[in-house]
Design a binder for this molecule. Structure first.
Ligand code: FES
Length: 166
């Protein structure tokens, strides 16, 4: 997914050309980064950022400013499964720190990192809106609640297994 190919570059170029025909083309930086670059690569590759700056005729610093301001942009490659562990109050009180500890141990990564096999990325979150079933984690867009150390390890193993057969 992350490889920069001529085909993907052309797709981004075509989208930028489309934006350039509209009013205030500079205001399409977020759309280009989100709808094209991140959706094509899963993150914002540095090299691609430079190319986007050139194609849009805006300073690279501006593109980077936008990319680093919004938390939903990934500046590094991410895993197939993004685990967000809720460290909000309700989850913390119900043992989120223990769940986090076990996840870090099971995956051998810290928060913000991706496993070597590129399967999992670990993020921390503040309240995933499911406090009633705390402690909670989200894997991609799926919520899992009432977790403990054992359940979370089983869950990770299930994801590993389904990735292996996919
Ligand atoms: S505090 Fe964790 S879901 Fe609300």
């Amino acid at each position: 997914m992350a490889e920069i190919t001529q085909e993907k570059t052309n797709e981004i170029k075509a989208f930028i050309a489309e934006c350039a025909r509209k009013d205030y083309p500079d205001s399409y930086v977020i759309a280009v980064l989100q709808n094209k670059v991140q959706s094509l690569f899963g993150y914002l590759p540095r090299e691609m950022m430079d190319q986007v700056a050139e194609m849009m005729n805006v300073p690279t610093a501006h593109i980077w400013g936008v990319a680093t301001f919004y938390h939903y942009f990934n500046l590094k490659p991410i895993g197939k499964y993004v685990i967000s562990i809720c460290m909000g109050t309700a989850c913390y009180v119900k043992g989120a720190d223990e769940v986090l500890h076990v996840i870090k141990q099971e995956l051998a990564i810290e928060v913000g990192q991706t496993t070597e096999d590129k399967l999992f990325t670990l993020h921390e979150a503040r309240c995933l809106g499911a406090c009633g079933i705390a402690p909670v984690i989200m894997i991609n867009d799926k919520i899992y609640g009432e977790l403990d150390a054992k359940k979370v390890v089983t869950l990770i193993k299930q994801y590993r297994k389904s990735a292996a057969v996919a």
